[in-house]
Design a protein around this ligand. Structure first.
Ligand SMILES: Nc1ncnc2c1ncn2[C@@H]1O[C@H](COP(=O)(O)OP(=O)(O)O)[C@@H](O)[C@H]1O
Ligand SMILES: [Mg+2]
Length: 369
């Protein structure tokens, strides 16, 4: 039997859950199954404690690497069981891992979740550690989804921009035609600042549909100060993470204000920061005949979406659901695709996007049983 199914495992910066998908690329792309694996509270705490420098890091890192390896393996096994997939049909797993540092300026990025354990527990060949080869070749190691967006979402007639709104936000520019260059970069925060602010003030994990933000009023001075961060002005290649966009940064920005706004207005401002930084990036390309498609958890935030469509008028704005792939599973599918590329000895990065000196097959292979 020809093994043609690939599993993608994605654990993003938001720490909302582990996304697992089973997909096929031949004869055409097909999403076969999906599963969302909860992150147990104790593991969530241990991940968060690794996000900034602390005591006894090597020991804690090593143990968490194993714990996450087991959890990712379980996510794959639950996906397989829930949908009754035949293991013999599964060619490989692509596991992104959990980012605990992303510092492209130091050529340093680290995703953990031991892939030896994933291969051992599932018996399935696993590809992991996708970002560091690109960095070794001089790239940012991110974003890596543009090559998959290009493979799946390119149009002959329309210019298209894909916007993935996860913890961070990144976009992929696909100009109409068959062989035009692919561009892409991180635009800045996606949901991460809104999540962090509502967690501090309301004890809920995210601002559903931007309902809390909707009750506040954007503070234009705060928004302007935030948008003055050099990152927003930098030319690509560029990528970012929680190292830049976190609650400490919000605090620092608020400390510059003479009259700090009430928390609800800060939430409104953070939503606008995400919308404005994405829209400014898109508008800077001056593309006409443009279709914009959102994916990632932020594509469900109706207030963010309406703010984006206001700022992006008159361009067409929708989600990847319209292109045949549920916005919640695009990123996990991208890592299944990257695994398939690597096993076929094909490149996964796009040098124009990451800044790497050339195309490279990405990741390391852990053979199955
Ligand atoms: N209905 C919604 N309203 C507002 N935000 C949402 C909604 N659904 C999901 N989100 C946001 O999406 C985030 C998860 O997005 P995801 O694409 O999984 O990001 P990551 O790749 O960083 O894990 C959540 O933390 C939340 O902020
Ligand atoms: Mg997620």
């Amino acid at each position: 039997m020809q093994a043609s199914i690939y599993i993608g495992l994605m654990s993003g910066t938001s720490l909302d859950s582990i996304d697992a998908v089973a997909v096929r690329f031949e004869p055409t792309f097909e999403l076969i199954a999906s599963h969302s694996e909860a992150i147990p509270a104790a593991i969530d705490r241990r991940i968060r404690s690794m996000l900034s420098p602390g005591e006894n890091e090597i020991e804690r890192l090593g143990l968490l690497d194993l714990e996450l390896g087991e959890l990712f393996a379980q996510a794959a096994l639950n996906l397989i069981e829930k949908h009754n997939l035949n293991k013999d049909e599964i060619a490989a797993i692509g596991s992104h891992g959990q980012t605990i540092r992303h510092r492209p300026e130091a050529n340093f990025t680290l995703q953990i979740g031991d892939a030896n354990l994933i291969a051992e527990r599932t018996g399935i060949t696993t590809v992991a550690d996708f970002r560091r080869r690109d960095m070794a070749a001089g790239g940012q190691g991110a974003p890596l989804v543009p090559a998959f967006h290009n493979a799946l979402f390119r149009s002959q007639e329309h210019n298209r921009i894909l916007v993935n709104i996860g913890g961070m936000a990144n976009l992929t520019i696909l100009e109409a035609g068959r062989h035009t260059a692919v561009r892409g970069y991180d635009t800045g925060p996606g949901n991460v600042l809104m999540d962090s602010w509502i967690q501090q003030h309301k004890n809920s994990s995210y601002d559903k549909d931007g309902q809390w933000a909707a009750r506040g009023k954007t503070n234009s001075t705060l928004l302007k100060n935030m948008l003055e961060l050099p990152f927003f002005q930098e030319t690509p290649p560029k990528s970012t993470g929680r190292e830049q966009f976190n609650s400490l940064w919000i605090r620092q920005m608020l400390n510059k204000q003479d009259n700090p706004p009430p928390p609800v207005d800060v939430q409104a401002t953070l939503l606008d920061l995400t919308a404005t930084s994405i829209a400014d990036a898109i508008n800077s390309h001056h593309l006409n005949n443009l279709q914009i498609y959102l994916c990632g958890g932020g594509s469900h935030n109706s207030r963010l979406k309406s703010q984006l469509s206001f700022l992006l008028k008159p361009h067409y704005l929708s989600t990847t659901a319209e292109l045949g792939l549920d916005p919640d599973w695009v990123e996990a599918a991208a890592f299944a695709w990257l695994a398939q590329r690597t096993l076929n000895q094909k490149s996964g990065n796009i040098p124009e996007v990451t800044g790497a000196s050339g195309y490279r097959p990405l990741g390391a292979i852990y053979w199955g049983n």
